[in-house]
Design a protein around this ligand. Structure first.
Ligand SMILES: Cc1cc2nc3c(=O)[nH]c(=O)nc-3n(C[C@H](O)[C@H](O)[C@H](O)COP(=O)(O)OP(=O)(O)OC[C@H]3O[C@@H](n4cnc5c(N)ncnc54)[C@H](O)[C@@H]3O)c2cc1C
Length: 423
């Protein structure tokens, strides 16, 4: 049996290694147009800033793939013929498969802005984007980043490291407040301004002006303000990369539609990771998960299907962590849902750089959000999964901390404030 995996990101790579554990005999081919080897996409910024080499961002030694008899192919797939089970390769020729996993990831959003394809306008998603950025910063005296969120702030930090001043255009009234509760979002907005970045809130992009040579020369905001710039970063979110399957028999919505076993509507074809959209029953919204660890979890389920075994994906308790400049953010469970039954306890240090939020219902805690404070993922996950009541969590709050030695601990202070608030 020949299993082909399109994509060598965290999803493709995990699925390939997992499948080898489940099936010692099948032939496995993993294909990527971007790079021969799997590397850590979240580490792109560290490559750019010189903190890590590309080689250091590979989670596995190069020998892993040969050791596990996983064939690597560096090419782009241009077509999938699901009737004949055949893939077309950009460099020419075809490749047959018996079972297929599509793990093609996501792409930076573009919303049809005039000038969005000019030189100097780019997203931050893959290695070619990194190369583009290297070229674009050479002539950039001023940059504009369109869209808030995690990737935008990474791009700002990268540009800052080259001495390029940055202005953010953010549609919301505060940075990332569609995800973060208001005080945490205000904390990030404050930090961005303190770092010297321009932050224009409730402001969108209207058009990007050509400087007369096919390069960006300025942008016009939806408030008709003109900002001169030689580089525009488009970081207004990502969408599933489904271009490859658009003209095939495989069903798509926003992503490639799959069931809870990560199977598409076509026999022997699976999809997982950033490109997949899990169809939920009833009125629930389909599930799109576009972070590192969910790619890994989905890959493990897809690998079982590729091995001919049954498995069902359990998204578990939501978790995400990231860094806004030097501020670490961790979130566990459901935060900022704003459902009527939900109650919140929020503690913030007077320095405005540390906070702890606990979200709870009458009988149990459903979410925790921390800024500048690290909590143990497994412990918070267990509290939420075991439906621990607020009193229990407050009593054990200090146990969650895993900040490095000599860091200040704030749990006792926060728990005392929380206990007073609910007394
Ligand atoms: C700058 C940046 C920072 C991030 N930081 C974080 C973070 O801190 N924490 C976090 O949880 N997540 C982070 N993410 C998101 C995370 O990286 C993604 O969720 C994850 O990489 C998705 O993995 P994937 O394997 O599904 O897809 P991808 O990593 O996108 O891999 C897709 C693969 O498919 C290949 N491919 C696509 N089309 C074709 C084709 N036609 N033919 C051949 N190959 C093809 C590509 O070459 C690539 O190898 C970040 C993302 C970016 C861009």
């Amino acid at each position: 049996m020949h299993v082909v995996i399109i994509g060598n990101g965290i999803t493709g790579a995990t699925a390939a290694l997992e499948l080898r554990q489940l099936d010692a005999d099948c032939r496995i081919t993993m294909i990527s147009g971007e790079s021969k080897f799997h590397f850590s996409r979240p580490a792109l910024m560290y490559i750019f800033m010189g903190h890590m080499s590309y080689q250091q961002t590979k989670p596995h030694p190069d020998s892993t793939w040969a050791d596990n008899r996983i064939e690597l192919l560096r090419d782009w797939i241009t077509d999938i013929d699901t009737a004949s089970k055949q893939l077309s390769l950009h460099k020419g020729g075809t490749l047959d498969y018996d079972r297929l996993l599509i793990a093609t990831g996501a792409r930076s959003n573009k919303f049809g802005w005039p000038g969005q394809d000019l030189q100097g306008v780019q997203g931050l998603y893959d290695l070619p984007d990194l190369k583009r950025l290297h070229d674009n910063v050479i002539t950039a005296k001023q940059a504009v980043i369109v869209g808030g969120g995690l990737i935008g702030i990474e791009l700002a930090e990268m540009l800052h490291s080259c001495g390029v001043p940055v202005t953010f255009l953010v549609r919301e009234s505060s940075y990332w407040n569609n995800v973060l509760p208001e005080p945490e979002s205000a904390m990030v907005s404050r930090l961005i301004r303190q770092a010297g970045f321009g932050l224009k809130l409730e402001t969108g992009l209207k058009e990007i002006e050509d400087d007369g040579t096919g390069r960006v020369g300025a942008i016009i905001t939806d408030k008709d303000e003109r900002i001169e710039c030689q580089l525009v970063g488009l970081t207004a979110g990502v969408s599933p990369n489904i271009q490859l399957v658009k003209e095939t028999a495989i069903d798509t919505g926003r992503g490639i539609l799959v069931d809870w076993s990560l199977r598409t509507n076509v026999a022997d074809v699976f999809a997982a990771g950033d490109c997949a959209e899990i169809v939920t029953e009833g009125d629930g919204r389909n599930l799109l998960q576009q972070v590192w660890y969910t790619g890994k979890m989905q890959a493990r389920i897809a690998a079982r299907g590729l091995a001919g075994l049954e498995a069902t994906y359990d998204p578990g308790i939501w978790y995400n962590s990231a860094k806004f400049l030097d501020l670490e953010y961790h979130t566990y469970g459901q935060v900022n849902l704003c459902i009527p039954a939900e109650q919140n306890l929020y503690w913030e240090h007077p320095d405005g750089l540390h906070s702890i939020r606990i979200v709870y219902l009458a009988d149990r805690v459903i979410g925790i959000n921390t800024m500048g404070v690290r909590f143990r993922h497994r412990l918070c996950e267990a509290w939420i999964a075991e439906q621990r009541p607020l009193e229990y969590v407050l009593e054990h709050l200090a146990e969650a901390n895993f900040d490095p030695e000599f860091c200040r601990r704030f749990e006792a202070h926060a728990a005392a404030q929380f206990s007073k608030a609910v007394a």
